[in-house]
Design a protein around this ligand. Structure first.
Ligand code: SF4
Length: 275
């Protein structure tokens, strides 16, 4: 990283610290894989019809419109990605080549495989998660465990196939014990994510879970404060929803996620899959 970019990244990190944020540590419970619950099929009918039977473990989303919530002033300062320059003529293979056998952050120490990203290089829709888990680390592909199975169901409920979209994570190597990626790890690895997004230029970016959403939007607010809202992100529309792993633990939240996905479908002109 050149000195100017480093200085700007450091400024961004200081900015977060001045706010007293711990943006990457707050919502781990929302993304930790559940050990005790099986994913239920996520048919459109079931998702659309499912209503929360009890309050989710996370704070309930506000009942008032986002516009009425002054706290939903996302990214009042520079996003991490505002300080990363675009790379001329970039492409997904070139970015992967640049990552190489990466040892730029400590996460390389425990990884089995770098989990770069998978899917359509011209996808209109990109899902961004937090980081690889055990199954992903072993297979080198994002979202292949139980949460990945649920994500595939979500994608198919949208009348898409998994291969139609692109799926990647904020960090490319598995954090030990599935902990959240730390700030410096995110700062080191996420420029690759930005380059992936810039190379694909999707219409819609859907952040899965708090870590991805907070990283992309440069905020420390809990995801329930801005889940389902639209944001502009470098020419793409960005929306955040709950992580599939959260849904494994809180199946009652599937209805809320389905509403978010329906918004995405509206932008992409998709109709729900017929049974
Ligand atoms: Fe490199 Fe990213 Fe892996 Fe860290 S997480 S070692 S920056 S590829």
């Amino acid at each position: 990283m050149d000195p100017a970019t480093r200085a700007r990244v450091e400024a961004w990190l200081h900015y977060g610290e001045e706010l007293g944020v711990a943006p990457y540590f707050r919502d781990r419970a929302t993304t930790m894989p559940a050990q005790d619950e099986e994913a239920k099929p996520l048919s459109p009918v079931e998702m659309a019809g499912s209503k929360p039977k009890s309050a989710p473990a996370r704070p309930a989303p506000p009942a008032t419109p986002a516009a009425a919530l002054p706290i939903v002033a996302i990214a009042p300062g520079p996003s991490l990605f505002d300080v990363v320059e675009r790379v001329e003529g970039d492409s997904l293979p070139r970015i992967r080549e640049d990552i190489g056998d990466c040892t730029r952050c400590r996460l390389h120490q425990g990884r089995t495989k770098i989990v770069y990203g998978v899917g359509n290089p011209k996808a209109e829709l990109v899902f961004v998660g937090e980081g690889p888990g055990h199954d992903e680390d072993v297979q080198g592909e994002p979202f292949v465990g139980r949460a990945g199975k649920l994500l595939t169901q979500m994608i198919e409920a949208m009348s898409l196939r998994r291969g139609d979209v692109y799926i990647c994570n904020v960090v490319k190597c598995r954090p030990p014990e599935n902990r959240l990626p730390e700030k410096d790890e995110i700062a080191t690895c996420s420029p690759f994510l930005l380059r992936q997004l810039a190379a694909i230029q999707p219409k819609v970016i859907c952040c899965l879970g708090a870590c991805a959403a907070q990283t992309m939007l440069g905020t420390n607010q809990g995801i329930s404060r801005f889940r389902g809202e639209w944001f502009d992100f470098r020419g793409s529309k960005l929306i955040a929803t709950y992580h599939p792993a959260y849904l494994l633990r809180n199946p009652n939240a599937k209805g809320e996620v389905w509403k978010d996905l329906q918004k995405v479908m509206g932008v992409l002109g998709l109709q729900p899959k017929k049974k």
